[in-house]
Design a protein around this ligand. Structure first.
Ligand SMILES: CC(=O)N[C@H]1[C@@H](OP(=O)(O)OP(=O)(O)OC[C@H]2O[C@@H](n3ccc(=O)[nH]c3=O)[C@H](O)[C@@H]2O)O[C@H](CO)[C@@H](O)[C@@H]1O[C@H](C)C(=O)N[C@@H](C)C(=O)N[C@H](CCC(=O)O)C(=O)O
Ligand SMILES: Nc1ncnc2c1ncn2[C@@H]1O[C@H](COP(=O)(O)OP(=O)(O)OP(=O)(O)O)[C@@H](O)[C@H]1O
Length: 557
């Protein structure tokens, strides 16, 4: 299924600056060979809609069944927000609305044809362009995108990263290892999409961690065109079961870990696990790299339907690669990866916490397993020259306090497991007090709130509960669950309830003394929160800096 390695990446200089660009400068190839609508219909097994009634508008008169084969398609769009002239618009029946009710809008934006289901055809018929009918428009979106962009044949080696925590961090590790090898790299995930040195914020590109199939295929085609040697794609469970990754030829897929999340969507851990495991099948990936430190990981390695390389911190786990942390400071984590064959990679990651060593080790193991054809010697030489893996991961244990003697970290983690992992690591780095500022999501799994409150309080000295991202829920109720849990289960803990997140951050920083660490969990890189169903600007990074200045810890502008 996969072609012999052909590294097409031009070397990138480490000093080259990044460039913010328009969405389509990354998510679409520059050139697309037009494909006739007839050929597309044949390959999709779609039928041309032939309404029982006569055409109702003059526009439709000119777009009869006979004329449709002459229509040339140069792109695919699954939403009206991303239609370009020459596209076929795939109208999907969603949970909230049917895409076909936006058919006219799509045509006004330049769509030359519409693909939808029988129900959608009823709406789309009057839009003035040929309508193709399929049984499953969501599958057709991925299939049509793969056909139009020829994504099965791309040279770019694709890595998928899934798991409950650490997806974003691990994608940046993969990108950094690829760059260290002197190759052009790409990335797509919760924070941004990157092709070479061009970046677009995910908030300007549909907001989804794993974008819809048309965007992902367009992005992959652009990467191929721009000679990106390899790219790391963050794959959420919604991305897998929503068909967003269908048709993309992942070379190696990484499983970081698995713990409670998204139960509002999946109902049970079993169903959530099954959604993730669908990635580890020959339909989606050639190989897998899986962490087997716990039972879920061991099970994932057993149930994967593709060849697996296992990785563990636990020396007793019998993994292919065992990871040992040798030294850890707030600035870096030094680690050794030992292969069962005896091969060893000694290196460093420029982030604090044992889990960052694990994420970096996953990236290294995946690159070694990939069809890039990199040997352990190549890798040792590249990382040696560069002094290890040094990703800059926006909003993941990101130091927001500069040189101030109070250290403040901003982080996107919003699960019990990520709170526990990061706080336990930070605990080791201070003899002073450890502060936790956090809240919990609204309109999402309520059962995880007490567990988050527990994880926030176990090893900390002071906890500040604030609003986080209430969406349409009453934020007071969310805070009450968190505060009640802490007061009941950790009566000795110093706890404050401060509704406004910026004021909560200020409260923690006002109480902190030199040597203390303040951890702000949840907001990470984000620049907004959803309150009462509306997006409101808020940046934890800015709030931290404002508070540090107001408390006299920072003097710079
Ligand atoms: C459950 C889920 O994943 N839902 C996604 C799904 O929504 P839906 O099926 O309800 O679609 P809909 O809103 O009814 O719209 C139907 C169709 O009409 C189209 N449309 C709609 C309106 C319009 O003006 N024009 C238009 O063309 C839409 O593009 C869509 O194709 O398709 C929509 C269009 O792409 C997505 O925005 C929406 O994600 C919602 C917003 C969401 O919150 N998804 C989350 C759960 C998610 O996917 N999260 C994961 C990360 C999870 C993690 O942190 O691990 C992610 O990958 O982002
Ligand atoms: N291997 C790991 N195990 C546990 N926690 C981790 C690991 N790697 C990173 N983390 C922490 O988990 C939190 C989430 O990290 P990250 O954003 O990388 O994960 P994610 O899976 O992309 O999450 P999301 O889907 O919510 O964006 C952060 O606190 C991060 O520091």
């Amino acid at each position: 299924m996969f072609a012999k390695p052909r590294i097409s990446g031009a070397p990138v200089g480490g000093s080259r600056g990044s460039q913010r660009v328009m969405d389509t400068e990354i998510t679409r190839p520059r050139r697309s060979a037009p494909i006739s609508l007839r050929e597309l219909a044949d390959r999709l097994g779609a039928r041309l809609d032939s309404p029982a009634t006569e055409p109702v508008s003059p526009a439709r008169d000119t777009e009869t069944a006979d004329s449709s084969p002459r229509v040339a398609v140069t792109g695919v769009a699954g939403g009206t927000d991303r239609v370009l002239p020459g596209d076929v618009f795939v109208a999907i029946p969603g949970a909230r609305t049917h895409g076909a009710s936006f058919a006219r809008e799509a045509v006004e934006a330049g769509a030359v044809a519409i693909i939808t289901d029988a129900a959608g055809a009823e709406h789309a018929r009057d839009a003035g362009v040929p309508v193709l009918v399929v049984e499953h428009p969501r599958s057709a979106l991925a299939d049509a995108s793969g056909i139009v962009h020829s994504t099965r044949a791309i040279d770019t080696v694709l890595f998928a990263v899934t798991g409950t925590n650490g997806k974003t961090t691990t994608t940046y590790m993969v990108r950094d290892v690829i760059k260290a090898l002197g190759l052009r790299a790409g990335l797509a995930g919760t924070v941004e999409r990157i092709v070479g040195n061009k970046h677009i914020d995910t908030s300007d590109s549909g907001r989804l961690t794993t974008p819809e199939a048309d965007v992902l295929h367009g992005l992959a085609a652009r990467m191929h065109e721009d000679h990106v040697a390899a790219a790391a794609i963050e794959v959420s469970s919604h991305g897998i079961d929503g068909g967003r990754i269908d048709g993309l030829p992942f070379d190696v897929s990484i499983f970081t870990n698995f713990s409670q999340d998204h139960l509002d969507e999946y109902g049970t851990m079993e169903r959530y696990f099954a959604a993730k495991m669908a990635l580890f099948t020959p339909e989606h990936t050639r190989r897998a790299v899986i962490v087997i430190d716990d039972e879920w990981g061991k099970r994932a390695a057993r149930e994967a339907q593709v060849p697996v390389t296992t990785v563990a911190m636990d020396a007793e786990a019998g993994a292919d690669w065992t990871v040992e942390v040798n030294d850890t400071t707030l600035a870096h984590t030094e680690f050794r990866m030992r292969h069962r064959s005896g091969d060893v990679v000694d290196t460093t990651v420029g982030m604090p916490g044992w889990f960052t060593a694990l994420d970096a080790a996953l990236a290294i193991a995946a690159v070694l397993d990939s069809r890039l054809g990199i040997t352990a010697d190549d890798l040792r030489a590249a990382l040696g020259e560069r002094g290890g893996v040094h990703p800059s991961v926006p909003g993941r244990i990101e130091l927001a306090s500069g040189d101030a003697p109070v250290r403040v970290y901003v982080d996107y983690g919003h699960t019990e497991a990520s709170f526990r992992t990061v706080l336990q690591s930070l605990r080791e780095f201070t003899d002073g007090r450890l502060f936790m500022v956090f809240g919990a999501d609204g309109d999402r799994d309520r059962t995880k709130r007490p567990a988050m409150a527990r994880a926030a309080s176990e090893v900390t000295d002071v906890v500040v509960v604030t609003d986080y991202n209430p969406r349409t829920e009453d934020p007071t109720e969310i805070r009450r669950t968190l505060v009640d849990t802490i007061r009941r289960e950790f009566p000795e803990r110093e706890v404050y309830e401060v509704a406004a997140p910026a004021e909560g951050i200020r409260k923690a920083i006002s109480l902190a003394r030199a040597g203390d660490i303040v951890f702000v969990g949840g907001h990470g890189h984000r620049r907004d929160v959803e309150v009462g169903g509306k997006l409101v600007p808020f940046s934890a990074m800015d709030a931290v800096r404002d508070a540090l200045r107001a408390e006299g810890w920072l003097t710079s502008a």
